[in-house]
Design a protein around this ligand. Structure first.
Ligand code: MN
Length: 450
C-alpha cells in the first residue's frame, strides 16, 4: 500500500470536463452525476407489494440512471483486471471492493468511464443494464462497522460553546486535538427512512427532578461521512501522508440530535442517547478519485497554533482539504401538501467550515494504535460556516431555540416538528471543472412512540 499515491489530487482523463456520456441525462449541466462522478450505491429494483424482491447489487449513477453492475458484467466484455473487481460488486458486496485499494479503484473508474463515454463500443450493450434511479430502492452502501463522530468545524464548536459557556466558548484543546467521540452504528439508516422522535430523560431548567418525555428539541446536523476502505492493523499508526490510502469515499451524513436530552446527559462522558436514536446517510458514495479536482490547500491562520508534526506535512498543506458546497433544505408537512419541494435553510463550504481535514482525522484516530476497519464511518461533525445563517443545525440557526427561523410560507421553526423532512445536498464546483454532486440525504421526523 505504501507504493500507492497518498493524496488523491492528481486528475486524469476521467476528469476531463469535455467528456460526455451516451446516457443523455448525464450531460445535463445541473445533474449531480455526470460521467466525471461515477459514485457507487447498493440498490435493487422496487417491486410491488407481494412480489419477490431482487437481491441487492451495486450500481453506478450516471445522469438520472443507474448502471446495474450485475447486468453490465453479464452482457459486456471487460478486461480481466477489471472483471475481477466487478464480480463482488455484481453480487452486492461493496465492502469487498472497498478493501481493494486505490490501484484497483483507478482501474475500475477508468473502465467505467470509457464504457459510459460517448462513442464507446460497449454503449449499445450496456443500454440494457441501465435502470432509472426513480425505479430503485437503496440499502446502506455497506455494513457500517464502528462509527466515530468528530467536531471538525471551529465555527460550530464556537457557536455551540457560546450557547453553553458564553465567557469561554472554545475550549483550549480545540486548536490542538481533533475532538471526537465513539458513536453507534446500529441506528445508521439510508436516506428516505423516517425516524421516530425519541423519548429521553430531560431536566427542564425550572423543574427538578428530571422527567422522561419526548424530546421537544429534535435537530439535524449537516455533516460528511467518510467510509474507510482498507484498514490498519491494531497497534499500527497511519501517517498523515498515507491516510487517504485508507479512505474510499464520502457520503452526506445527518447526525440527528435531541438538544434537550443532550445537556443533561453529556457530562462527564459525552453524547449518548441524545445522538444514537438515528443518523441518516446518502445512498451514493462519491469516491476520493471523483473528488480529486476539488482539492484545496490546508491552511491555518497565522495566529492559531500550527498542527503537531503527526498532523502536518508539505503535501497535506498543498492538497489536504476539499471544497464541497453543502446545503440543508427543510420540507414541512404543510409545504408537502402545498406541493413545495422545500426551502433552503443554510449553506456552507467544507473548505471554510472544517478546521481539520479527513487525513488529520484518520492520522489522529490511529496515532494510539487504534485500528480502523473496512466500512467504518467517520463523521466530520457539523459543518457550519463562519457567517451568520451558515449554522449546520437548528441549534445554531435559532440561537439555542431563542430566535425562530421564519419560513417563506409563514411557518416558523426553532427545532423540528413531526412531519418535517430534512434534505442535505452537496455539490463540488471549480473553475474549468465539471461540477459533480452527492444526490440527497433525506429523512423525516415521525411522531414519538409514546
Ligand atoms: Mn455530530
Amino acid at each position: 500500500m505504501s507504493s500507492e499515491p497518498a493524496f488523491v489530487h492528481a486528475t486524469d482523463a476521467t476528469h476531463d470536463p469535455a467528456l460526455q456520456s451516451w446516457v443523455a441525462s448525464a450531460n445535463s449541466p445541473d445533474t449531480d452525476f455526470p460521467i466525471q462522478n461515477l459514485p457507487f450505491a447498493r440498490l435493487r429494483r422496487k417491486v410491488a407489494a407481494g412480489e419477490m424482491a431482487e437481491p441487492w447489487r451495486v450500481g453506478v449513477a450516471i445522469g438520472d440512471q443507474v448502471l446495474d453492475l450485475k447486468i453490465a458484467l453479464e452482457i459486456c466484455p471487460w478486461a480481466a483486471e477489471v472483471a475481477v473487481h466487478l464480480e463482488p460488486l455484481a453480487a452486492g458486496d461493496l465492502a469487498g471492493y472497498m478493501t481493494a485499494g486505490r490501484t484497483a479503484w483507478r482501474a475500475v473508474r477508468a473502465a467505467l468511464s470509457e464504457a459510459l463515454s460517448e462513442g464507446s463500443l460497449n454503449g449499445p450493450f450496456l443500454e440494457s443494464a441501465l435502470v432509472p434511479q426513480a425505479e430503485v430502492e437503496y440499502a446502506l452502501p455497506c455494513t457500517i462497522g464502528d462509527y466515530t463522530d468528530f467536531y471538525a468545524s471551529i465555527h460550530h464548536a464556537t457557536a455551540v460553546g457560546r450557547l453553553f459557556r458564553p465567557d469561554n466558548p472554545l475550549l483550549p484543546n480545540y486548536q490542538w486535538v481533533p475532538i471526537g467521540y465513539h458513536g453507534r452504528s446500529s441506528s445508521i439508516v439510508v436516506s428516505g427512512r423516517g425516524l421516530r422522535r425519541p423519548l429521553g430523560q430531560i431536566k427542564p431548567a425550572d423543574a427538578s427532578p428530571p422527567v422522561l418525555r419526548e424530546s421537544r428539541r429534535v435537530d439535524f446536523e449537516l455533516e460528511l461521512g467518510a467510509l474507510i476502505g482498507p484498514g490498519n492493523a491494531l497497534g499500527s499508526r497511519v501517517g498523515i501522508d498515507e491516510a487517504e490510502a485508507h479512505l474510499f469515499g464520502l457520503v452526506l451524513f445527518n447526525d440527528w440530535s435531541a438538544r434537550d436530552i443532550q445537556p443533561w446527559e453529556y457530562q462527564p462522558l459525552g453524547p449518548f442517547l441524545s445522538k444514537n436514536w438515528g443518523s441518516t446517510v446518502s445512498p451514493w458514495v462519491v469516491t476520493m478519485e471523483a473528488l480529486a479536482p476539488f482539492r484545496v490547500p490546508f491552511t491555518r491562520p497565522a495566529d492559531h497554533p500550527q498542527p503537531l508534526p503527526y498532523l502536518d506535512s508539505a503535501t497535506h498543506r498543498a492538497h489536504g482539504a476539499l471544497s464541497i458546497q453543502l446545503e440543508t433544505w427543510l420540507q414541512t408537512s404543510r409545504m408537502r401538501k402545498e406541493g413545495s419541494a422545500g426551502e433552503r435553510l443554510m449553506g456552507s463550504d467544507t473548505a471554510e467550515a472544517a478546521y481539520w481535514t479527513l487525513s488529520q482525522l484518520i492520522a489522529h484516530h490511529t496515532v494510539n494504535g487504534c485500528n480502523l476497519r473496512t466500512g467504518d464511518l467517520l463523521g466530520t461533525g457539523t459543518l457550519s460556516g463562519p457567517g451568520p445563517g451558515q449554522g449546520g443545525s437548528m441549534l445554531e440557526l435559532s440561537q439555542g431555540g431563542k430566535v425562530p427561523v421564519a419560513l417563506a410560507n409563514g411557518e416558523t421553526r426553532t427545532f423540528l416538528d413531526d412531519g418535517d423532512t430534512v434534505i442535505l445536498r452537496g455539490r463540488c464546483v471549480a473553475d474549468g471543472r465539471r461540477a459533480i454532486g452527492f444526490g440527497e440525504c433525506r429523512g423525516t421526523v415521525m411522531p414519538a412512540d409514546s
